[in-house]
Design a protein around this ligand. Structure first.
Ligand code: 13P
Ligand code: 13P
Ligand code: MG
Ligand code: MG
Length: 362
């Protein structure tokens, strides 16, 4: 325990209301009560919210990252919310909890997690992005724009404190290896990986002085379980200002919605719509995928906020554009590239259909 503060965002889908659309208010209330009671000694502050059917626990504490105590508290909170979900017969109650017993670290057990430890600055603005019906690779494009694209982030050009660039730590989800790129020097090397966002995902971004700037959740759940158990529906923490991108530079990539995987049955591409927390209820074709952005000022670990940053009318046109893209791509129905390639779908009938037809292939 030091003077440093840790910000942990831990999320799970433990039951959808209705279908995969949202979280029942009783479950959110339950999460708040558990954190209030069981987190009294441990936490500095907490905030509970949801995006679609995912519950997000935003926690501040002094225990550092990978704290068994903090992870266990989150696990117990999700277990308790699962009981509420079961009693209301919510859809897919306990969906993301892959194990019956807590093993010391919540990683690999189903819930998604992003956490960072840092010395709180004189003013510490942070943005927590949370998404539903998509995957960790959804943050690759925005993170590239925020921390490496001068057409997005003018600070890279005109702020002396940002001019030297940032380092990207990229995780290979298939081989479970990490590599770090120093940008702008290695931009083109970085992009060959980031463009393949189904396999390579940005785990974290650092300043050249090794100060943490951003961390994402990178669990890939359908691979962890070896079968469909829901998507990864990722979160992302970004620190802002004073040598880091301004809040507006961090939000700017979302003004131009990009296509991500994860829509309907985790098996389709769709546009990632930036929405207010109230609008984070995906219904059309169980989507389209959506992202919310909650801004906080930290004050000695207290979470002052949130500001619901995508509620701004300035994102209305992004929403319209995303809806147009949704109309367009939906016309393709079961055809690629709306539907994902065979090896990336979370559902498939291919083995059964193949078996049935095997004698008819000449
Ligand atoms: P800082 O350098 O204090 O982060 O200010 C940048 C800014 O907010 C301009 O929009
Ligand atoms: P979730 O992963 O958010 O539960 O969504 C399941 C799905 O694919 C709905 O179509
Ligand atoms: Mg669900
Ligand atoms: Mg979800």
């Amino acid at each position: 325990m030091g003077s440093k503060i840790t910000l942990s965002v831990i999320k799970a889908d433990v039951g959808g209301f209705v279908g995969h659309g949202s979280v029942h208010p009783d479950m959110l209330k339950n999460a708040e009560e558990i954190l209030e009671q069981q987190g009294k000694e441990l936490l500095v502050d907490f905030f509970v919210t949801n995006v679609g059917d995912d519950i997000n626990l935003i926690l501040t504490h002094k225990e550092g990252i990978n704290s068994e105590k903090v992870h266990k508290l989150a696990w117990n909170t999700f277990l308790s919310c699962t009981e509420v979900a079961k009693s209301l017969k919510m859809y897919g109650a306990g969906q993301d909890l892959l194990s019956d017993a807590f093993s010391g670290n919540i990683k690999g057990m189903g819930p998604g997690i992003a956490e960072m430890e840092f010395e709180e600055r004189p003013s510490e603005p942070v943005i927590i992005f949370m998404a539903d019906k998509t995957e960790p690779g959804a943050w690759n494009l925005p993170l590239y724009k925020i921390f490496a694209d001068p057409f997005n982030t003018i600070g890279l050009v005109i702020d002396p404190k940002m001019h030297s660039g940032f380092c990207f730590e990229v995780l290979d989800l298939v081989e479970d290896k990490k590599v770090t790129f120093s940008c702008p020097e290695e931009l083109y090397d970085l992009l060959i990986f980031l463009g393949a966002s189904n396999r390579y995902v940005v785990k974290s971004v650092y300043t050249k002085n090794k100060e943490i700037a951003a961390v994402s959740s990178t669990q890939k759940m359908n691979q962890m379980a070896g079968r469909y158990v829901g998507k990864d529906d990722p979160v992302l923490i970004v620190r802002c200002q004073s040598g880091l991108p301004a809040v507006g530079e961090v939000l700017e990539p979302f003004a131009n919605p990009h296509l991500v995987t994860g829509w309907m049955r985790g098996s389709h591409y769709g546009p990632l719509i930036p929405v207010s927390q109230k609008q984070a209820v995906p219904t059309r074709f169980d989507g389209p995928p959506r992202a919310i952005a909650m801004g906080f000022q930290l004050a000695n670990g207290r979470l002052i906020g949130p500001q619901d940053l995508f509620a701004d009318v300035a994102f209305d046109r992004a929403r319209q554009k995303a809806l147009k893209a949704a109309d367009y791509i939906r016309q393709m129905g079961p055809f690629e590239p709306h539907r994902l390639p065979l090896d990336e779908m979370e559902y498939t009938t291919m083995p059964q259909v193949m078996e049935k037809l095997k004698n008819r292939f000449k």
